[in-house]
Design a protein around this ligand. Sequence first.
Ligand code: DAH
Length: 342
Amino acid sequence: MEENIEKLGQKIKEKIDAIKSMADAESVRVEALGKKGEVIEILKNLKNVEESKRKEVGDKANKLRVEIEELIEKKKEELKELEYEAKIKNAEKIDLTVPVDDKVGSLHPITIVSRELEDIFTGMGFTVEDGNEVETEYNNFEAVNVPKYHPARDMQDTFWLENGEVLKTQTSAAQNKIMKKYGAPLKAIFPGRCFRNEALDASHENTFFQMEGMMIDKNVSISNLIYFMKTLLSEVFKKEVEVRLRPGFFPFVEPGFELDIKCPYCGGVGCKVCKYGSWIELCPCGMIHPRVLEMGGIDPEEYSGFAFGLGLSRLAMMKYNINDLRALNSCDLRVLKQMKIK
Ligand code: DAH
């Protein structure tokens, strides 16, 4: 019996040596160690072995089983390695000097809308600023008047980093830095990517774009805010739009508003875009809270200002008739090609 085990071992090892593919490896394994495999059969039939030899035979067969398992595993690793090397050798060669076909790509709708707004705002004397995507808790919340235990934080649950910083939930997070950088007077816009921990649906995404704006000077009032927003939106929609303000609460503005526009598609008669409500909520805004100015190092007794947070993703959806916010982040070329705009 022991001799048989040795012979069997020899035979199986030869087969292992001859393995050329994963499929070979699997069939050798099944032949030896499968339910009805040769080594397994020996173990199953131990009860028929003479009692004095049973332990020895059992030990040998078990040793062989482990040895074969290890050899096959090793073989598989070698095969994987060879496969990888072959792939690298035959890898597709990319010729970086081939001229690019400039008809292939197109700007993303959000980039287009953002650039369009940047053009309009720079034409009105605003500078365009960059904001970080990772922000300190202070800039994202405290500096815009949302202290630690303020309930407004609940609406902007976000992704926290281990070092205590956050993926910014709003472009307002850059307000403080920009005020400290320029002081008053100042006119700036800052577009950016924002993040929130949202349950996703057609109008909620964990990643979206806003464009924040601030104007701070002596005697800035709500009329300035209305004028700038009306001018801007009329240019975006290429026609004179009517705007209205409704009260809205945001801790960093007082008073705060929701700015609506009369539906530019139906002129207010009612259509799918305005959901037959005639007005479309487009841009929260307000007069910057004195505490926020103060935290930015600007004297609220001398200066006042307005701020707004335009939903860029929202605007792009309206402009290009996209009805699912998720399409904008999908990276799905079939979707993006449908909106190939420029
Ligand atoms: N940061 C606010 C949000 O994401 C939007 C906002 C509201 C910005 C009012 C403003 C503002 O500057 O004045 O919900």
